[in-house]
Ligand binder design. Structure first.
Ligand code: NAD
Length: 253
């Protein structure tokens, strides 16, 4: 069927937890071989062993150019090409508002979420162009289209991911490469407990609370993976540059 990924190679970043892990499992179940990338090897390993022979672990930090180079090298030497790239790794901010966010935190969140997504895309594209085929799915966020669902840094970083998605979609539409983004609503993962950014900024958290409360219900990571699977599949062969909310209707309100 058009949802099949037999003989395809899928690279998923942030695949050691949450949405990325669910994506890795979903692609493997659909027949793909999966490169399981996470900055934390101990998280990536159970994902890969849960898949079995059709997966390899590639520990890499998407925010580091040399590390990304090694990641793509590992994927290509294992499987020869990359058909699907899920740029999914990301970190939250502290929900700090623009006046309050420390500049260092701003830089770190932009570096991982936006520059990291760019670095992996930049390194993978030449291989997709060589094959004349590829599908990229970026995990953006509701914060990529709205101003009141996260702090300033996360919001700006995810708006950047939306812009990069459109740039790639437009640039390579005639080269057999598609690029789309999912915008997850609140999803049950490890992200809120991730040690990366520290505790919430009380002013920002209080300001955002009423908006977040309208999220109504939490999604499961598998619901995000299913949407990504569709966008990466041949069933979406004419879907390019789509910025797709996967939020149960939250952003429709
Ligand atoms: P998670 O924390 O459960 O998983 C993210 C994984 O990414 C972790 O295993 C972490 O080790 C890895 N990672 C972090 N920095 C990395 C780096 N520099 N290089 C490589 N790997 C790195 O979070 P999640 O909720 O599954 O998040 C996945 C994506 O979904 C993120 O981009 C996030 O912004 C986005 N998102 C999540 C939600 C939500 O409610 N959970 C909502 C909207 C968007």
């Amino acid at each position: 069927t058009t949802f099949a990924f037999d003989d395809r190679v899928s690279l998923v970043t942030g695949a050691g937890s949450g949405i990325g892990r669910a994506m890795a499992f979903a692609f493997a179940k659909a027949g793909a071989r999966v490169v399981v990338c996470d900055v934390d090897r101990e998280r990536a390993e159970p994902t890969a062993s849960g898949i079995g022979d059709a997966a390899i672990v590639a520990a890499a930090d998407i925010s580091d150019e040399a590390s990304v180079g090694a990641l793509v090298e590992t994927a290509i030497s294992a499987y020869g090409r990359i058909d699907v790239l899920c740029n999914n790794a990301g970190i939250m901010d502290t929900m700090a508002l623009p006046a309050d966010i420390p500049v260092g935190l701003w830089e770190r969140v932009l570096r991982v979420n936006l520059t990291g997504t760019f670095l992996v895309t930049h390194a993978v594209l030449p291989h997709m162009l060589r094959e004349g085929r590829g599908a990229i799915v970026n995990t953006a966020s509701e914060a990529g289209i709205r101003g009141g669902t996260a702090g300033a840094a996360y919001t700006a970083s995810k708006h950047g991911v939306v812009g990069l998605t459109r740039s790639v979609a437009w640039a390579y539409a005639k080269d057999g490469i598609r690029c789309n983004a999912i915008l997850p609503g609140p999803t049950l993962t490890g992200i809120a407990s991730a040690e990366s950014v520290g505790s919430f900024d009380p002013t920002g958290a209080a300001r955002l609370a009423p908006v977040l409360a309208r999220g109504e219900r939490m999604a499961q990571p598998e619901q995000m993976a299913d949407a990504a699977l569709f966008l990466a599949s041949d069933a979406a062969s004419f879907v390019n540059g789509a910025i797709m909310p996967v939020d149960g209707g939250w952003s429709a309100a």
